[in-house]
Design a protein around this ligand. Structure first.
Ligand code: ATP
Length: 368
């Protein structure tokens, strides 16, 4: 177990490109931290700086109260699992797992005991004498984790460990990694661009964009209280819908006037918009697909739209909506038993207590 602190960490590559900018994070013992973000946002670079595989251009890295800038990767007591497994193809699974212990000149019986323990945790007992070429993708990934486990590291770093696996195996291995984390009780830092992995594995998630942290929070808070429009759009599948409009303080209430009509803000959001004196200001409304309902003929509706595509997923269905003459598209997640089909016109009603309002210029959340 280990606590880690990154203080004002920056990475500038030799060509002058700034991949990570002023990264600050305190990681407690036994946390499962996820770095997530679009391709090229600096996730792997940050992880590699923690591992000691990439030089830190500016800032300080502390592990368990010791400054680690300049300490070699092998002296950091960290194990890293890569997406390409990095196994030795000519060695058996047993020898692959034992390799680091052999280098450390551990006693034979100690090595055997640790290999057996790791194999039992990972369900690899039956394949210890096989070579990597005789294993499935999932088994290879487990061997890579086995190699990390026997070192008994303070920290596990994982860089997209599941990205070479098919969807079903990914799901299975995800559960296995969660189980491993609970069994080992060690600090994990895990890089992924897959938000399902991020949301299901992380105790806290760091969302990055262009080398800059956008929000560090629990999966629940990222979903329900995004700090800005980028996080709101990045976390959640299908993504949050965004609708532009202008704030209007009318005698009957506070509204956001959109292309299709006005959306009345519930009291606490209205209060917030008033407090900030945002009358006349252009904003972006955010509404998740599950917070759009189909309204009946005579019920209050916020918008009429045509179903372009109807995707039946079983218990629920996704409907992709548009309005004639408008470029704006919406996605709604509805009950799969609703008898709807493509081409139909429907009345939509927003669950206003769940609506988000963002500043159109900065993207920052005005109300959650
Ligand atoms: P991905 O999900 O695609 O792996 P990432 O978020 O892990 O992306 P990084 O690998 O950390 O991204 O790279 C961050 C940025 O730094 C990218 O724009 C990348 O092109 C750039 N970069 C990486 N290595 C170097 C290098 N050696 N020299 C210059 N730029 C680099």
């Amino acid at each position: 177990m280990a606590s880690i602190e990154l203080k004002n960490i920056c990475k500038k590559y030799e060509n002058g490109f700034e991949a990570v900018k002023d990264f600050n994070l305190k990681i407690k013992d036994n946390e499962f931290i996820i770095f997530v973000g679009p391709s090229g946002c600096g996730k792997s670079t940050t992880l590699r700086m923690i591992a000691g595989l990439e030089e830190i251009s500016e800032g300080e890295l502390w592990i368990d109260g010791k400054k680690m800038n300049g300490v070699s990767a092998s002296d950091r007591d960290i194990a890293m699992v890569f997406q390409n497994y990095a196994l030795y193809p000519h060695m058996s699974v047993r020898k692959n797992i034992a390799y680091s212990l052999k280098i450390r000149k551990e006693k034979k019986d100690v090595i055997e005991k640790k290999v057996q323990e790791a194999a039992s945790i990972l369900g690899l007992e039956g394949v210890l004498d096989r070579k990597p070429g005789q294993l499935s993708g999932g088994q290879k990934q487990r061997v890579a984790m086995g190699r990390a486990i026997v070192r008994n590291p303070k920290v596990f770093l994982m860089d997209e460990p599941l990205s070479n696996l098919d969807a079903k195996l990914r799901g299975q291995m995800r559960v296995e990694i969660a189980d491993l984390y609970h069994k080992l009780g060690t600090t994990f830092i895990y890089v992924t661009h897959d938000q399902t992995e991020a949301m299901t594995l992380g105790t806290r998630i760091v969302v990055m964009k262009d080398g800059v942290i956008q929000q560090v929070d629990s999966p629940q808070n990222l979903y329900h209280k995004p700090a800005n429009q980028f996080v709101a759009g990045f976390i959640g599948t299908p993504p949050m819908n965004f609708i532009e409009g202008v704030v209007n303080f009318a005698p009957g209430g506070v509204f956001v006037e959109t292309e299709d009509g006005k959306v009345e803000m519930p009291p606490e959001k209205a209060e917030c918009l008033k407090r900030r004196n945002l009358s006349g200001k252009r904003v972006v409304l955010g509404i998740r697909p599950e917070h759009i309902d189909i309204a009946g003929e005579n019920e209050m509706s916020h918008k009429k739209a045509v179903i372009d595509v109807y995707e039946m997923l079983g218990a629920e269905a996704m409907i992709y909506l548009s309005q004639k003459g408008s470029k704006e598209k919406l996605i709604a997640r509805i009950d799969g038993t609703m008898p709807l089909c493509a081409g139909e016109t429907v009345n939509l009603r927003y669950n206003l207590s769940k609506i988000h309002v963002f500043d159109i210029t900065t993207g920052k959340t005005i109300t959650n």
